[in-house]
Design a protein around this ligand. Structure first.
Ligand SMILES: [Zn+2]
Length: 357
C-alpha cells in the first residue's frame, strides 16, 4: 500500500485506496511495496494466497533444479544472494511485475519527484500507508527467509542484498544490505533526522483522531456507522471513503528537529540509491564466486548491474524466479520455481544446513 499510490482523482480511486486495507484484513497482508505466518512449513504457499493471485502460479520444483541449486551452494565459497519481491509475495506482500503483480491491475507507484514536489501526493501516500501499516507490519517471514537465515548461519552465504523494504529477512534472523532502504524508518528530507516508523504511526494517529477512530471501527466490524466518517463498507468487502474528507482532513507530521518534510527511508522510483550503499553492493557482487538471484525480475537497473558485474567478474550466476528477468540472456542457470518451495528442498538434500568445513 505504501508505494501503491494510485492517483486519487475519483471515487473509484478512493475505493481502491482502501482495497489494500481490506485485503490486509482478509488475507493477512495486501500491500504494494516494491514489497499470515507461513512459519517453516515446507509446502506451497497457502491456498488463499494462490486464490487471491498474490502468488504467481508455478509447478512444484523439479528434482534436477533442486540438485543444480544444491551444487551452487555446495561449490561456492563466497556466495552473494540478491532477493526481490518474489520472496515476499509468498508472505502475502504483492509485487509490481509478476503476472499477477500490482502493475497488472494498472497500478502506478509514486515517484520520488511526486512525493517531494506535491503535498497532495504526500497526503495520499501517508494516508494509505497509515491505514495499512498495522497489517503490513504483522507480515511474517516465509520459508525462503527462514531457509536463507539457516544457510547464512551455517556459513553458506557471504552476503545477502535485498531489494525488499519489508524487513522480513531481519525477522528471520538475517541482516541484509537493504538496497532500496526500508519502510521501517522515517527520515527528514531537509535535515536527515531519522526515527522509527512506529513512532511516526503514533504521531499520525495523534494528528488524525477521526481516522484512527474510523479505522478502529472498521477493525471492530462497525462499518457504515457514523464513526466511520465517510468510510463505508461495500458488499464486496471493499471500503469507500469520502474524497472530501480524505483530501482535506489528513494531517502529516513534520520533522521535530527542523519542521521539514518526512519521507519513508525508501528509494522511490526516480530516486537514486545512495552512493556508499550502491558501492557496497557492487563490491559484494564483484568479489563473489557465485551470485544467486531469488525472486526478482531484475528490471531495475541497480539490481541488473549487480548480476552483470558478478558474471563479468567470472562468478557462477543463477536465478530462481517465476517469469522472465532482465538477465535471462547472461545467466546460465535459470530456474522457474517459488523460492519458498525450492530453498527448503535444497536444504533437505545434503548437509548445507551444517557449517561448511
Ligand atoms: Zn528535519
Amino acid at each position: 500500500m505504501f508505494t501503491m499510490c494510485q492517483p486519487l482523482r475519483s471515487k473509484a480511486n478512493l475505493v481502491m485506496l482502501f482495497k489494500g486495507y481490506r485485503r490486509f484484513v482478509r488475507t493477512t497482508c495486501r500491500v504494494s511495496i516494491p514489497g499470515g505466518s507461513l512459519g517453516n512449513e515446507l509446502k506451497a504457499p497457502p491456498r488463499f494466497l494462490r486464490d487471491k493471485k498474490i502468488v504467481p502460479d508455478a509447478d512444484p520444483p523439479h528434482k534436477e533444479d533442486i540438485h543444480k541449486l544444491y551444487q551452487l551452494f555446495e561449490q561456492s565459497k563466497r556466495l552473494t544472494i540478491l532477493t526481490g519481491a518474489g520472496i515476499s509475495t509468498e508472505c502475502g506482500i504483492p509485487d509490481y511485475r509478476s503476472p499477477n503483480g500490482a502493475y497488472s491491475s494498472g497500478f502506478k507507484p509514486i515517484t520520488h519527484q511526486e512525493f517531494t514536489r506535491s503535498s497532495r501526493s504526500r497526503r495520499r501516500y501517508w494516508a494509505r500507508s497509515y491505514a495499512g501499516w498495522r497489517r503490513f507490519a504483522a507480515a511474517q517471514p516465509g520459508p525462503a527467509h527462514t531457509a536463507l537465515a539457516s544457510l547464512e548461519r551455517a556459513g553458506r552465504i557471504d552476503c545477502i542484498i535485498t531489494q525488499n523494504v519489508d524487513r522480513l529477512h531481519h525477522r528471520a534472523g538475517s541482516d541484509p544490505l537493504e538496497l532500496h532502504g526500508t519502510v521501517y524508518t522515517v527520515m527528514c528530507l531537509d535535515c536527515g533526522f531519522s526515527f522509527p516508523r512506529d513512532l511516526f504511526q503514533d504521531q499520525l494517529k495523534a494528528l488524525n483522531p477521526k481516522w484512527a477512530e474510523a479505522l478502529e471501527s472498521i477493525d471492530h466490524g462497525e462499518p457504515g456507522s457514523e464513526k466511520t466518517f465517510g468510510m463505508k463498507q461495500r458488499p464486496d468487502g471493499d471500503i469507500e471513503i469520502d474524497e472530501k474528507f480524505w483530501e482535506e482532513g489528513f494531517n502529516i507530521p513534520v520533522c521535530e528537529k527542523c519542521q521539514g518534510v518526512l519521507k519513508p527511508d525508501v528509494i522511490f522510483f526516480g530516486d537514486n540509491i545512495p552512493k556508499e550503499r550502491a558501492t557496497q553492493a557492487m563490491e559484494a557482487a564483484k568479489q563473489s564466486d557465485a551470485f544467486l538471484v531469488l525472486g526478482s525480475s531484475l528490471m531495475t537497473m541497480s539490481a541488473f548491474r549487480l548480476v552483470r558485474a558478478a558474471h563479468e567478474a567470472g562468478a557462477m550466476t543463477a536465478i530462481v524466479n517465476i517469469g522472465v528477468t532482465r538477465a535471462d540472456d547472461i545467466v546460465p542457470l535459470k530456474i522457474s520455481a517459488r523460492v519458498g518451495e525450492i530453498l527448503p528442498r535444497v536444504l533437505d538434500v545434503g548437509s548445507l544446513g551444517v557449517p561448511a568445513v
